[in-house]
Design a protein. Structure first.
Length: 282
């Protein structure tokens, strides 16, 4: 006889408050309403551990007390920490290299200035890869390029803004570009690399909740928007709504770069698939 998941009432880890099924369902509702993320049952272990740690950090006896704390204080900074539990900061320099090759070719043919939005920039690897691509492609990037890099995870944005990476993180950057755009750390920064000021200053960082449009760059029109491997964590109504918002924020003929497992051809008439997970604004 197969036992359903509803028969399990709690999940506990040594030294941490136990998470009940009701806690998990409540956390799923909160992250859906706050960030649009759909929390699947396969995330139970991760959720239990991180919510347990959060409750313990605030000296709360139960996870339900922690969730009460969040709901009683909708403007609390604790919401940033809660959201960070569920956001996936998997990123890399030049991840999906063909996107940057397409971007380089695309901007050569566009009217200047060029404006690009890295809408889920995580810790900054994508945004700096865009910046390097544009600096290498355009004659006067300092005056003809605007790059906006945003994320819902405030901690990730703070790290991105600092522009400091472990050396293993910058390995995908070609050596000649690494020497041109990065400084190698010494002393307490041994084993790290820092983005040089001209490149760092080319990127404007900010916090944006794509679902609620909190912090959304209203009024700006972009030539290209990167939103890769993010919308797969939203349900279809949220995806459709977000695609419509992106369309309003793009210049005609602009490009939308998405993840390799994302396909929105049947969900929008605002974009047409160009190929290789790139959509063009029609």
């Amino acid at each position: 006889m197969t036992q359903s998941i509803e028969s399990f009432t709690s999940f506990s880890l040594p030294g941490l408050p136990a998470m009940t099924a009701a806690d998990f369902e409540r956390a799923a509702r909160l992250i859906k309403s706050k960030a649009g993320l759909v929390l699947g049952n396969h995330k139970e272990d991760m959720t239990a551990r991180n919510l347990g740690l959060s409750a313990k950090r605030l000296n709360l006896a139960r996870i339900s007390d922690y969730l009460d704390h969040l709901e009683r204080q909708p403007e609390s900074d604790e919401w940033d920490r809660f959201i960070s539990i569920f956001t996936i900061n998997h990123t890399a320099f030049y991840r999906e290299q063909h996107h940057f090759d397409i971007l380089a070719k695309f901007v050569k043919e566009r009217n200047k200035p060029i404006s690009v939005w890295s809408s889920t920039c995580s810790t900054g690897e994508e945004a700096y890869s865009i910046a390097i691509t544009l600096h290498e492609t355009m004659a006067a990037p300092e005056s003809s390029v605007h790059i906006l890099a945003t994320d819902i995870d405030a901690d990730a944005v703070k790290r991105a803004e600092q522009g400091v990476f472990n050396l293993d993180r910058v390995q995908p950057v070609p050596q000649h570009l690494l020497k041109k755009y990065f400084r190698r750390g010494t002393g307490r920064f041994e084993g790290k690399a820092k983005v040089k000021p001209p490149l760092q200053q080319a990127v404007e960082f900010g916090i944006v909740n794509l679902v609620s449009a909190e912090g959304w760059p209203h009024g700006q029109q972009f030539d290209a928007i990167f939103c890769r491997n993010t919308m797969i964590y939203f349900d279809k109504p949220t995806q459709t709504k977000l695609l419509a918002r992106f369309a309003k924020s793009m210049k005609p003929g602009g490009l939308l770069f998405v993840g390799h497992s994302e396909n929105f051809s049947q969900m929008t008439s605002d974009f047409k698939l160009q190929g290789q997970t790139v959509y063009v604004r029609v």
